[in-house]
Design a protein around this ligand. Sequence first.
Ligand code: GLU
Length: 471
Amino acid sequence: MSNKPYSFFESVEQSFDKAAQYTKWDKGLLAQIKACNSIYNMRFPVKMDDGTIEVIEAYRVQHSQHRTPCKGGIRFSDEVNQDEVMALASLMTYKCAIVNVPFGGAKGGIKINPRKRSTYELEKITRRYTAELVKKNFIGPGIDVPAPDYGTGEREMAWIVDTYQSLKPGEIDALGCVTGKPISQGGVNGRKEATGLGVFFGVREVCKMPELMDKLGLSTGVEGKRIIVQGLGNVGYHCAKFFRENGAIVIAIAEFEGAVYNETGINEEELFQYRKANGSLHGFEGGEIIASGAALELDCDILIPAALENVIDKHNAPNIKAKIIGEAANGPLTPEADEILIAKGVLVIPDMYLNAGGVTVSYFEWLKNLSHVRYGRLEKRFTENMNHHILTEMEQLTGKQATPKAKKLIEHGADEIDLVHSGLEETMISATNEIIDIWKSDASIPDMRTAAYICAINKVAKSYTELGIFP
Ligand code: GLU
């Protein structure tokens, strides 16, 4: 192993090459899959609240157009650079392939710290960025569809769709130019919690597998498992919530200013509200306050890094005591850390499939926008009427009455949220089993990440060969 640290994009390429050895695809085809097709590196001026003009550095990278539109979030962070956006765009291609979402991968980034900007400045920057994308044909429901990522959310997506619509008057599918929008602006119910819920479904599925749990010395099921979550943003918050609600114990939650530790469990909602009101988790009484880095190294069953890349590297990897790492963030482990943890026998559930819940529900939102109708609108009442008839008939035939609780459950017709959650659950369960089957099929495949990459490479390669371009 060389001593030079890998750039984020290089580490994605490294994982790709490691997996490509287990496939039989043509070298040229593999090189095409790996390459970032289009990179838009832009600068634009914005007048700030104090009257100064700042030149903003921003990016949009389209890694692959083997399926269109391209898809991927936009992040706001001081750390944004071209290499990072390229890496994240590549991960989007593989992620979409694994969960059978028919998009190519993309990612955007603006090099700003949103916490240090006023709302008005953020709005100006977001709207100008959108206008730059429109100018270069880098956004549109059939071209490239952004979404939230680190440092962005529904509010920013609302600014994007509004700017897009004003520049493209009359475009009937304009709402599908971005996902992760507020419901009133064309969003879908269930998008906000989608990544965290997808992480939960994926980890739960892995924890159901006795042969994997036996190897780790763990019992099956998530109930009673001790969890550490790093990051209390949208993804971390929802991961903590779904694990807690399903009987796991969230013993630590870490943020950049520190961490809270409590063996009997932390309520993420109380911590979130405290931090929102006080600007920091210091002073929170629901546990002991410890250093952020120390929280990652605590004894636990499952560690969920849910913030940024490279938080576990060769320096702290030897100290990690978790038996399972669920990568809710993109790229939280460096390749060196990955090797150290594999050697220690830790099961790493890889990012580009485990956090695919966000883009899966983005796909549902995009379909909703293109179909111009809310999920469940046509069939909900029909199903309820039909279920009522069936139940009444059964009650008459048996002479017995269903309890009010059972009646409510049986008669219920699916709302948008029911359909979105069940579509997400099905997607995560199928993807988990597909990857595990690949892993099991060849004893020389060393880890789950490699199995996930093999799955992605095979799917993308197949779509290229079916075009007739490659052998
Ligand atoms: N930013 C999220 C991700 O990294 C979601 C992307 C999307 O919904 O398009 O997967």
